[in-house]
Each structure stands twice: as structure tokens, then as C-alpha cells.
Unconditional design. Structure first.
Length: 412
């Protein structure tokens, strides 16, 4: 609405000025040419007020919707109004900065490959070129397991066992469906990625397929680890993804049922092209199953939000990097001795040396599971678990204490 008011006001002002110029030309050629220069238009009005006042009134009326529209815009998005009034938009548009720093020398099926999207989600690393439903060219690396921390993999052509699957696909000119190829061995791979807050991984990526496939990738890569986007350190709820909806719903439930432990089930898939979705949310409140119908709506300024949300915002959470940060999960029962069983986070942080080289299974608040050998705490107080991959090196999970909800010791 604010945009329509601003445009309507500018249109009335422009029409009033055009009418004034036409009246000036009716009075004489020189007057018309003079009014084409805005600084000289007031001279014509002073000399011929009776003729030009109607055009002036029409232009003055345009200032009413213009001022109202600017006031509405200032109340909703002051930064946007400041950007408009600064007149920087008159300058030439700067080159678009890509979201991810991908510096790869790539060739896929003998063609130049310039990935614009990169992510590592659900144990699948994907590089994608093109915004259409079917990518122009795409590479997927299936790691056969979740990755929740630093990742280092080295594979040689002679390696065997349960290696990551490599799949490449490309859309040939004139074809509606892409062609695809999958390899389970016989390639060279070096992957060395480290987490980067809040949801990225950065590092080296080198892949060489057998010569007949004419596919190589080498360089530095940056990728997303989920489908959330951040702005000024906060989740950007204007980004359309199921992860965004899950974040909004979980935040709403935690504020509505403050003090309770909330475990949210997976949300049903939604059409994110709509501006309003209705869904039934299943969750547990302190272990009791619950179901709640919710309506989520999307606006250009606020993004996705739950309708009729009047619950206060949560207090700032303690720093996740500190080993003394209080976890959000309720404490679980401990098991003494060397047998397997539940282990509390407090005991693990207090005496980590007691559990070195013990097998354990850790569950995070997002429902992800990391299983492997506990190797201690890193310099930031994160829990490090090493998981071996058959014939393909190992994966190292680095978990913040605040995101852990359950720890289980595995029997030796």
C-alpha cells in the first residue's frame, strides 16, 4: 500500500507539471520553453496566476498521498526509506555479490561447470548450476551419514568398501530431462571442510573422475549446512524454506509453552509460493504428545510468522562456545561404571577424561544423531566425536553443549 501511495502521489505531481507546461505553450512558445526548466516555472505562475493555478493545485494534491506513503514506509522499514532518500539507487548498480565463496576450477562431462549453489545436508554434498527445477549441471556426493562437525575424506581409485557415491547430471541442449551418471569407486577425492558459524562449511574440495567422464573439480568451496539464511546474526524468516518454517514454529512453541521441553516432529511439506499456509503441528510437551493447528503467513517485511502470536520473546541464550553454558535439555539419568547407558551432559563436561575413547551416541535438538568415539573437548569446549568411514577416512563431529539433548554410552 505504501508503494502505491508514493507512486500515485508522484504521478499526480507529474501530471500537474505537464499540464502547467501545456498551458505555458498556449500562452506562447517562449513561455513553454521556459517552463520546461523547473526553476523558471514559478515565473510563469507569478505572471499568469489565473491560467496556471489549476495545474498547481493538481500537483499540490499529489503531495498528500506521497507524504502518507513515505510515513507508512518509515514506520514499517526505516532502512528502506533511508536508502530511497539517499539517492544511491541513481548510481549504476554494483556487481551482485554471490552468497557463497566458491572458487573451483570445474569441468563436468567435458563442459565448464560454474556452481552457484552448494550445500551439505543430510549427508549429501551437492553443487548445482542453474536456478531451474532441473539444474543445468549438478554434482552430488553421498557420504552415507550425517555430518555435524569438521569433515576430512581421502579416497583413491584403488580403495574399496563403503565409499561415498558420486553422481553427476547435466541437461543437454534441446532435452527436457537431465542425463545422470553414478560412480561408487574408481575416483580420487580429497575433502577437508571445517564448520563456519552459523550454518556454513569452508575448505578444500578436489575430485577427479576417470578420464572417460571428463569431470574434475579443484579449489576452495563454501557451502550451507541447512536451508536457513541469516541476517545480522539472526535467522532471516523471509527466506522460503521448510527449515525456516520449522524454526518459526519451534520458536513459537517454546515461547507459548515457556518452561516446558518441546520436541517438534517434522512438518508436512508446504507450498512455499503461497503467502499463507495452514498446518497441524505435532510435538511433545515434557514427553506428552500434543497436536496444534497453526496458520503461518508471510509478509515482505517480517517474513514468516505464526498468526496471532502475542507471546513475549525469549531471553538471550548463553554462549554456545562456553563449556559452562547451561544446556536447554532436561537432565537424564546417569549410568555408573563402564557399561553402556544414559549419561548426563554435566558429568561429561565435568570429567571428560573419564570417557575418552568410549563409544557414545549423541542426539541434538534438531533430531540429528552422531555416533562414534569420544575424543575429548576442543579449545572452544565442544564435544568431539570421531566416526570412521569404511575405506574413506573418518568424519569428526564437533557439537556445542547447548544443542545436545541426549547422550548414550555404548557398551564396549
Amino acid at each position: 500500500m505504501d508503494t502505491l501511495l508514493i507512486l500515485g502521489g508522484l504521478l499526480l505531481i507529474l501530471c500537474g507539471y505537464a499540464w502547467l507546461v501545456m498551458l505555458a505553450f498556449e500562452r506562447g512558445l517562449l513561455w513553454g520553453l521556459a517552463c520546461l526548466l523547473p526553476p523558471l516555472a514559478p515565473v510563469f505562475l507569478l505572471r499568469h496566476w489565473a491560467r496556471g493555478r489549476k495545474a498547481l493545485v493538481l500537483g499540490a494534491l499529489g503531495f498528500i498521498p506521497l507524504v502518507v506513503g513515505l510515513a507508512m514506509l518509515a514506520s514499517e522499514d526505516g532502512a528502506r526509506l533511508q536508502a530511497i532518500l539517499s539517492m544511491k539507487w541513481l548510481n549504476s548498480a554494483p556487481a551482485e555479490v554471490p552468497e557463497l565463496a566458491i572458487a573451483l576450477r570445474c569441468e563436468l562431462n567435458g563442459q565448464a561447470f560454474a556452481p552457484q549453489q552448494a550445500e551439505l545436508i543430510g549427508g549429501v554434498l551437492s553443487l548445482r548450476e542453474g536456478e531451474d527445477f532441473y539444474a543445468h549441471r549438478e554434482l552430488q556426493l553421498r557420504l552415507h551419514g550425517e555430518v555435524n562437525g569438521p569433515l576430512r575424506l581421502d579416497v583413491l581409485p584403488e580403495d574399496s568398501g563403503r565409499l561415498p557415491d558420486v553422481e553427476i547430471s547435466w541437461l543437454a541442449p534441446g532435452h527436457d530431462l537431465p542425463e545422470a551418471l553414478r560412480l561408487r569407486s574408481g575416483y580420487t577425492l580429497h575433502l577437508d571442510l571445517r564448520p563456519e558459524a552459523p550454518n556454513r562449511m569452508i575448505g578444500a574440495f578436489h575430485l577427479v573422475l576417470p578420464a572417460q567422464y571428463r569431470t574434475t573439480l579443484s579449489g576452495q568451496i563454501e557451502l550451507y549446512t541447512d536451508r536457513l539464511r541469516y541476517r545480522d546474526g539472526q535467522v532471516d524468516t523471509r527466506y522460503d524454506s521448510m527449515d525456516t518454517l520449522t524454526y518459526v514454529v519451534r520458536d513459537y512453541l517454546q515461547r507459548r509453552f515457556a518452561g516446558s521441553r518441546i520436541d517438534l516432529a517434522s512438518l508436512p511439506r508446504q507450498d512455499l509460493q503461497r503467502h499463507e499456509v495452514h498446518l497441524s503441528v505435532d510435538f511433545t510437551q515434557d514427553g506428552r504428545p500434543q497436536s496444534l493447528p497453526l496458520t503461518l503467513s508471510r509478509s515482505d517485511n517480517r517474513g514468516w510468522a505464526v498468526g496471532d502470536d502475542h507471546y513475549p520473546k525469549r531471553a538471550a541464550q548463553p554462549s554456545a562456545a562456553s563449556p559452562l553454558a547451561t544446556p536447554q535439555a532436561a537432565p537424564v539419568a546417569e549410568t555408573q561404571g563402564s557399561a553402556g547407558g544414559a549419561l548426563s551432559l554435566e558429568r561429561l563436561l565435568a570429567t571428560p577424561q573419564r570417557y575418552l575413547n568410549r563409544g557414545m551416541r549423541v542426539t541434538t535438538e534438531r533430531g540429528r544423531t552422531a555416533e562414534g568415539i569420544f575424543t575429548g573437548l576442543d579449545q572452544d569446549g565442544r564435544i568431539v566425536i570421531r566416526h570412521s568411514l569404511s575405506g574413506a577416512g573418518e568424519a569428526s563431529y564437533s557439537l556445542r553443549p547447548s544443542e545436545i539433548v541426549d547422550i548414550e554410552l555404548l557398551a564396549p
